[in-house]
Design a protein around this ligand. Structure first.
Ligand SMILES: Cc1cc2nc3c(=O)[nH]c(=O)nc-3n(C[C@H](O)[C@H](O)[C@H](O)COP(=O)(O)OP(=O)(O)OC[C@H]3O[C@@H](n4cnc5c(N)ncnc54)[C@H](O)[C@@H]3O)c2cc1C
Length: 316
């Protein structure tokens, strides 16, 4: 069990409707969001997310999926991409997280700051027999780990009692040692366990594509609005420095920012669009806009923009 972040404003209302809201509700474990500190998040199970995505792919007319085919060759003629892996293309949406299409055709990209977007190891933790909901309760768990020299651990409560999603700043190989320490040294964790096959390492860092507009950290923190905006966000700027606890910079209360269409269209290529972690944004701005609620919203918006570009050029 984990959570979809970035879907809600601080009143717990959806920031983006349409596909984003429909997809989130289709995969949700609960109809209403749950509180995580000052934020609202929606619990979901990754299996359900995968199943629903597969269902949509299978039932969308005229959609052909090509799984496990890395981007190999991208051809460009002037300001247009013409072919991708030998397929003739009218428009391309780069949502590779690493701007692989943009880099293949020499489009300008921006890197995230790897020092503040360190990777993490994610795993489920079960059979925990103590409440960790209060700050003081969590501190009693995390302090012994810090004193013993373990990298920071973040525990996100699941819906079932005793279940957590752990986000650990150490490598996957250190998880057995961490669990053994918790079992021996922290009260309530004597019977805690994980599923070894569910331990994954996830990269926060990515690469953004420079678009017609670039979302800035100030746009996020000041809740800036744009004409013709295609998505809304209110998630804080999340920084995860290597080996240190995370830092969250929040928007003012009752505020959200907007994402203009120019952040989803490459600056110099007419038919390259982007979404998710490839959004045209500074490192600070993507540290807010990379959460999955916003990936759903920018992905849907990029699809609409790409389709409109085909219609306007007569390629559809
Ligand atoms: C440790 C950690 C915890 C997180 N926790 C949460 C959370 O609780 N809630 C939340 O909402 N968000 C969370 N996030 C953020 C969120 O998961 C990511 O930012 C988001 O998934 C990014 O989505 P994306 O589609 O842009 O990129 P990705 O999810 O990285 O997807 C990119 C896709 O492109 C494919 N690809 C890459 N290169 C190629 C290539 N050369 N050819 C073909 N395909 C390619 C990849 O296989 C992948 O399928 C977390 C992130 C991390 C790292």
């Amino acid at each position: 069990m984990t959570t979809l972040c970035g879907l809600y404003d601080d009143a717990g209302d959806f920031l983006n409707g349409g596909f984003t809201r429909e997809f989130a509700l289709a995969v949700a474990e609960t109809r209403a969001p749950t509180r995580m500190g000052r934020l609202w998040v929606l619990p979901y199970r990754p299996e359900r997310f995968r199943q629903w995505a597969a269902h949509l792919v299978a039932h969308t007319p005229n959609l052909r999926a090509a799984w496990r085919q890395p981007v190999a060759e991208v051809l460009r003629a002037g300001a247009r991409i013409t072919h991708l892996n030998e397929l003739r293309v009218g428009a391309v949406i780069d949502c590779s997280g690493m701007a692989v299409v943009a880099q293949a055709v020499g489009a300008e990209t921006l890197a995230t700051d790897a020092r503040t977007q360190a990777p993490a190891t994610i795993f489920p933790l079960r059979n925990v027999q103590r409440a960790c909901s209060s700050v003081a309760g969590m501190a009693q768990v995390l302090l012994p780990l810090a004193r013993a020299g373990f990298p920071p651990l973040h525990l996100q409560p699941g819906l079932a009692s005793g279940e957590f999603t752990a986000k650990f700043a150490g490598p996957p190989q250190q998880v057995p040692e961490l669990i053994s320490f918790l079992q021996r040294q922290v009260s309530g964790f004597a019977r805690c366990e994980t599923l070894p096959e569910a331990i994954v390492q996830a990269a926060r860092a990515g690469r953004m594509i420079v678009g017609r507009q670039v979302l800035t950290g100030a746009d996020v923190l000041e809740g800036r609005k744009f004409p013709g905006a295609v998505a809304r966000g209110a998630w804080p700027i999340e920084q995860w420095p290597e080996g240190r606890p995370p830092r969250f910079r929040y928007l003012p209360p009752h505020t959200h920012y907007e994402i203009p269409p120019g952040c989803l269209q490459a600056a110099r290529l007419k038919n390259l669009f982007m979404a998710g972690k490839c959004l045209s944004a500074e490192a600070d701005a993507i540290a807010s806009a990379r959460v999955m609620g916003l990936c759903l919203a920018t992905g849907a918006a990029a699809g609409v923009l790409a389709a409109a570009s085909l219609t306007s050029t007569g390629l559809k």
